[in-house]
Each structure stands twice: as structure tokens, then as C-alpha cells.
Design a binder for this molecule. Structure first.
Ligand code: NAD
Ligand code: ISE
Length: 337
């Protein structure tokens, strides 16, 4: 029997998830969707033979729906995730788990009260083949003791309404999670520097920004985030260890070499660059559900990332170094990041 998934939010990534769950991920189908844009929801539902419900709660409480994907705007995630937990339904919540530390703690509280994991957070980079190679080289000691992690996160253009805070809470939150995961440590302090803004960024937007994250062992992560770089989607990183380095480059298919030059395509956006990672994320989620388990990035990971991003916003706003003070980790989330 296929896992019958309900999808809340059929915008950019919601539509991608519906398409993958309907045609590419084995063991799943999409039975219901909801979006406040009813016409968009109907079109997406029709494309896969699903029902467009009039309310998000109708998706969650639909007795035919086994599990839910939340792909609505970030500020709605906590409330919708808590509604799924209350209904006892597994949920894959797109990042961020919540947009405030307080909200993410409420989700943790609800899941802990439920007594077992129901929530996976959509930090899909953990499923990317390139990042997995980097993690393996850190975990098996190939690079020695990790000392520095340099990250670049560039988008061609920010969507309308993107704010300076969202550069941190919506974009850098990926680097916060992947740094915790690659290094197996929490972030303890952050410093954000907004340099001269690009003349091509919206007038109000601090873009690019430089973010320094300090980890428990004193390793330092540098993140350059630039959400209006114009030329494409560019996500890279390099771990510098005591014995060597290991790096994540852009996948290099279709490089053209001639006339003394090498031209290499850059993906236009996250859809193409992380397509295989979204697939792996969804497939592992569905396979787990078939076997009755929920794994992957947890509510603790979602909380730690949101709490760190919130502290980054404070550093951007007030200037200087800000510390991250996480609450005690509940036993439900005892694994390392
Ligand atoms: P989007 O604006 O394209 O889509 C959001 C959709 O939610 C819209 O269709 C909107 O009409 C709908 N919506 C608004 N209010 C709603 C409500 N009350 N209930 C249900 N739906 C509602 O945004 P997006 O780019 O698809 O981003 C959605 C989420 O996914 C964000 O949290 C974003 O950070 C995340 N995201 C993650 C990745 C990734 O790489 N993992 C990539 C893109 C977006
Ligand atoms: C977007 O929401 C994503 O999650 C993308 O992966 C990221 O690159 C982009 O900056 C975010 O806005």
C-alpha cells in the first residue's frame, strides 16, 4: 500500500514535492493538497489526480491521508506542524521548522509530549551526494581535526519581499544546519557583517552578508551569502582540517573545453542543483514511513537552526558577536546533530 500524502502549500517547492511524490518516489502518492491560492491548488491537484481541500486542517484530518508535507511560508510551519502532531500524523516540514525560537520550542514540546518522533525537517542538503562525501571525510578523520569550514551560498536573485533577516533565517539557515551536521557540533556564537550592498539588490536589502559561526570546539565557519549574485545558483564549501581539506564543488556536467577556454554551466536555482537530494530526502522519508519510523533532520535540528538564525539576526541588527544558548536537549533527540 502506498503512503497517501497530503501537501500544504503548492508554491515553488510544494509543487516540486507533489510531482516527485506522485511520479518518482516509490511507495507514495499524493491524495490531497491545500493552498490559500485555491486555483493554484486545484491545478496542482488535477495534475496528479488529488483532491484540493478548502482548508489546511482538512488535509491534516482527512482520514485517507497518512502523512503530510508542509511547504507553506515559514511563519506558518510551527502551527501546521503542531496540528499534524496533534492528529498523530507524520510530517515532513520544509525548512525552517519555525521562524522564532519560541515557536520551534513549542513544536518540540508537542512532539515530546506525543512521545515519539513524527517530524522530519526539510534540510535536504544532508541527502546531497556531495555533502555526504564531505561528511564522510570529516567523520573518518581523512582531513584530521576540522578547524575551519568556508561556505558560499549564492542565489541568482531574491524573490520579491525577501528581507535582510530572511537572508539569515531562510537562506543561511541551510549553512547553519549543514555546519552542525558536518562538524557534529552545535554553534555557540555568531557574528554577522553586512558589507556594501549590491546595487542590484532591492533598496532595503543587506546583500551580501558575511556570517561567522563558532562551534563548541572552537572551529569557525565562514558563510558568504549573496542572494542577488545574478549569474546562477552557487553553493560550495570547504572543510579545512589539521591534515588536509575536503570540498564541495558545483556538479560539473556539460563543461565545454575549446579554444583555450573551459566553460562550465552553473545551475539556475535550487531545483536543478538539489533535485537528487530532494528525491533522496522524500524517498528515505517514505521508506521510513512504510517501515513505521521517522528519521532525518529532527525537531531538535530545526530548533537549533532557528535559534542560531535568530541570534544571527540580532548580530546583524545590533552589531558584534552574539552567543547561542540552546535549551537542554530532550532524550527524544539524543543523537548528535
Ligand atoms: P512560495 O511562496 O512559492 O510557496 C508558498 C505557498 O504557500 C504559496 O503557494 C502560498 O499561496 C501558500 N500559502 C500561503 N498561505 C498559506 C496557508 N495559510 N496555508 C497553506 N499554504 C499557504 O514559497 P516556496 O519558495 O515554495 O517556499 C515555501 C517554503 O519552502 C519556505 O519555508 C521555504 O523556506 C521552503 N523552501 C525550501 C527549499 C529547500 O531548498 N529546502 C527551497 C525553496 C523553499
Ligand atoms: C530557499 O528558500 C531555499 O531553501 C533555497 O535552497 C536557498 O538557496 C534559498 O536561498 C532560500 O531562499
Amino acid at each position: 500500500m502506498a503512503i497517501n500524502v497530503g501537501v500544504i502549500g503548492t508554491g515553488n517547492i510544494g509543487t516540486e514535492h507533489v510531482r516527485r511524490l506522485s511520479g518518482e518516489v516509490s511507495g507514495a502518492r499524493v491524495g490531497a493538497v491545500f493552498d490559500v491560492d485555491a486555483e493554484r491548488a486545484r491545478q496542482v491537484a488535477d495534475s496528479v489526480g488529488a483532491t484540493a481541500h478548502p482548508k489546511a486542517t482538512d488535509v491534516i484530518h482527512d482520514p485517507a491521508i497518512d502523512a503530510v508535507v508542509i511547504a507553506s511560508p515559514g511563519p506558518l510551519h510551527a502551527e501546521q506542524t503542531i496540528a499534524c502532531i496533534a492528529a498523530g500524523k507524520p510530517v515532513l516540514c520544509e525548512k525552517p521548522l519555525a521562524t522564532t525560537t519560541a515557536d520551534s520550542l513549542e513544536v518540540i514540546e508537542a512532539e515530546v509530549a506525543h512521545g515519539q518522533r513524527l517530524v522530519q525537517v526539510g534540510f535536504m542538503r544532508r541527502f546531497d551526494a556531495g555533502y555526504r562525501v564531505v561528511k564522510a571525510a570529516v567523520d573518518d578523520g581523512s582531513v584530521g581535526e576540522p578547524l575551519l569550514l568556508h561556505c558560499v551560498h549564492r542565489n541568482a536573485a531574491a524573490p520579491p519581499g525577501f528581507t535582510s533577516d530572511m537572508v539569515l533565517t531562510d537562506s543561511v539557515i541551510h549553512e547553519i544546519d549543514i555546519s552542525r551536521w558536518l562538524l557534529g557540533q552545535e554553534i555557540v556564537a555568531t557574528t554577522v557583517v553586512a558589507t556594501r550592498s549590491s546595487p542590484l539588490a532591492a533598496e532595503h536589502l543587506r546583500d551580501p552578508q558575511l556570517v561567522l559561526l563558532e562551534t563548541e570546539t572552537g572551529a569557525t565557519v565562514s558563510v558568504e551569502v549573496f542572494v542577488n549574485c545574478q549569474y546562477g545558483y552557487d553553493v560550495r564549501c570547504e572543510v579545512v582540517g589539521s591534515l588536509g581539506t575536503v570540498s564541495l564543488e558545483n556538479p560539473t556536467t556539460g563543461a565545454l573545453t575549446r579554444d583555450g577556454q573551459r566553460r562550465q554551466p552553473i545551475p539556475p536555482d535550487w531545483r536543478l542543483r538539489f533535485g537528487p537530494a530532494y528525491h533522496a530526502e522524500l524517498q528515505q522519508w517514505v521508506t521510513g514511513l512504510v517501515g513505521g519510523t521517522v528519521g532525518g533532520p529532527s525537531c531538535w535540528d530545526g530548533y537549533a537552526a532557528t535559534a542560531t538564525a535568530e541570534v544571527c539576526v540580532a548580530s546583524l541588527t545590533d552589531g558584534g558577536r552574539t552567543t547561542v544558548d540552546l535549551t537542554e536537549r530532550p532524550a527524544l533527540y539524543e543523537e548528535a546533530p
